[in-house]
Write a protein that binds this ligand. Sequence first.
Ligand SMILES: Cc1cc2nc3c(=O)[nH]c(=O)nc-3n(C[C@H](O)[C@H](O)[C@H](O)COP(=O)(O)O)c2cc1C
Length: 171
Amino acid sequence: MTTLEERPLLPADDPRHYRRALGCFPTGITVMTAAHASTRVGVTANSFASVSLDPPLVLWALRTDSPSLSVFHDARHFAVNVLAWHQEDLSRRFAKPADDKFDGLTVTEGLGGAPLLDGCAARFETRIAHQIPSGDHVLLVGEVMRYNNFHREPLVFLRGDHLWLDQPTIG
Ligand SMILES: Cc1cc2nc3c(=O)[nH]c(=O)nc-3n(C[C@H](O)[C@H](O)[C@H](O)COP(=O)(O)O)c2cc1C
């Protein structure tokens, strides 16, 4: 006899309960950026993953109803800004729609004009290799052309909350 917790559930039965189960998986947090025709976009995303080392490929998933989708679709590059432990404000800033999410921020231009944020834990600049529609998201696969490891502790996302690991070190 299975207990209530052991009984498998169906994602469609209770989408919020399903999302809470997905939230048990801790992730880092990134801000994905791109530019096209002088429009810059940035999206907070925790769907980031490394796919392949040779060639070096990474991916993330973007909602198809995102206002930023057209720029990522038309751009040839995107940058992965891996947020450091003290950058929760940036995570929140890029997680809500705005006319110019970069207003007041110091950024530099990366490959294809993709904005690069200061103070991150790491950064990957990619050339977009594949765009694969997948349900209500598009998978964006990028080939890493260059990267930085700034050796800062990462910001972590778990069960809907921002956290950081003990003993954050900057250096
Ligand atoms: C921690 C966190 C992770 C997120 N991960 C993703 C993600 O992987 N893909 C996505 O499309 N949206 C993700 N979102 C939601 C987007 O950041 C949010 O919808 C944002 O408004 C998208 O930018 P846009 O409005 O310019 O499209 C995440 C939000 C948070 C707070």
